[in-house]
Design a protein around this ligand. Structure first.
Ligand code: PHE
Length: 339
């Protein structure tokens, strides 16, 4: 039993086999235990001797098991080390650096521009409430102008915001005019139901702007829009204001800049008009101020909504608006130099 047992222990090549052999030899129902149980058949005078032998054998097996187990563990570690060996002489692989999305190249630049003029930057929720997106903005339920923006409703009260204008209401409600005028911009993504093609997208970027104080006039608005256009598109870009309609501004305007691509001569990007609409704006409607608890006979202001996608199209000559959200690295990598 001794020779056979030792040999089997030494031949076991996995922990599992080793454990099986251990159970067979010295387990509670193992061969040695059986010998101990059959002591009654041994002549009484021989019992101490046999018992001693059995115990010795058990100790021997136990230490053989321990040795064999240690060997297996060592072998395993050695194998692991061999497999995970690192060849330090291999040439290094260049880590691939990402680049800033073109939309954020423009947004970050604009934020810096506005911060420099004393605006603060706010961030409203993309899942907006009907209350802030529309009702507070002078667009009660059933107002026909709601049709201007095909809305993704989530339920009666929640929707994917169609405009960043809800940011205006949120900020107006909280602003303390004793601490100074309100000047803010609110950049972010907006959503509208639309059939996507090269020039239409169900998601795009806006940057909301709002200035409210005593004695704010339309010429403040014109001056600000002019500054924005010059900053964004260059000092010699021409601009024009067209009368327009938004429920939350009165009067309302839209600003066009001369087409960056064809310099006003006409091309597919400007639909052969020579002009591209880049923003809507106007003087804040008294109802919007009153809705937020502000006395519209004392305070007034202007607001604007910049179409960041339009800015990007003009600036980079992008011909398919979908490139902005499909995240094709071949498209995105072209803007590395812009950061
Ligand atoms: N929210 C308007 C739009 O999405 C843009 C706008 C903002 C117009 C602020 C006027 C003032 O079309």
């Amino acid at each position: 039993l001794r020779e056979q047992g030792i040999e089997r222990i030494n031949q076991a090549d996995t922990q599992k086999k080793l454990d099986e052999i251990r159970v067979e030899l010295i387990g509670r129902k193992g061969q040695l235990t059986e010998i101990l149980h059959s002591m009654k058949d041994v002549a009484p005078e021989n019992r101490p001797k046999v018992g001693q032998q059995v115990n010795q054998l058990r100790d021997l097996f136990q230490s053989s098991f321990d040795d064999a187990k240690e060997k297996l563990v060592q072998a395993l570690i050695a194998k692991r080390l061999e497999e995970e060996k690192i060849d330090v002489t291999l040439p290094g692989r260049q880590a691939h650096l990402g680049s800033k999305h073109p939309m954020y190249v423009i947004l970050d630049d604009l934020e810096r521009f506005f911060i420099g003029m004393g605006y603060k930057v706010v961030q409203g929720p993309e899942i907006e409430t009907d209350h802030y997106c529309f009702e507070m903005m002078n667009l009660p339920k059933d107002h026909p102008a709601r049709d201007m923006q095909a809305t993704f409703y989530i339920d009666d009260e929640n929707l994917l915001r169609t405009q960043t204008s809800g940011d205006q209401a949120r900020v107006l409600e909280k602003h303390d005019f004793l601490k100074g005028p309100l000047k803010m911009v609110g950049p972010g993504k907006v959503y509208r139901r639309d059939d996507d093609d090269a020039t239409h997208s169900h998601q795009f970027m806006q940057m909301e702007g709002l200035v409210v104080d005593k004695n704010v006039t339309m010429s403040d608005l014109k001056g600000t829009l002019e500054l924005i256009a010059k900053h964004e598109f260059g000092q010699d870009r021409k601009t024009r204001l067209r009368p327009s309609y938004f429920p939350f501004t009165e009067p309302s305007v839209e600003m066009d800049v001369s087409c960056f691509n064809c310099d006003g001569k006409g091309c597919p990007i400007c639909k052969y008009t020579g002009w591209i609409e880049v923003l809507g704006a106007g003087m804040v409607h008294p109802n919007v101020l009153e809705n937020a608890g502000i006395d519209s006979t004392v305070y007034g202001g202007f607001a604007f909504g910049l179409g960041i996608d339009r800015f990007a199209i003009l600036k980079y000559g992008v011909s398919d608006i979908r490139d902005f959200y499909t995240n094709d690295v071949r498209f995105l990598e072209q803007f590395r130099k812009e950061e």
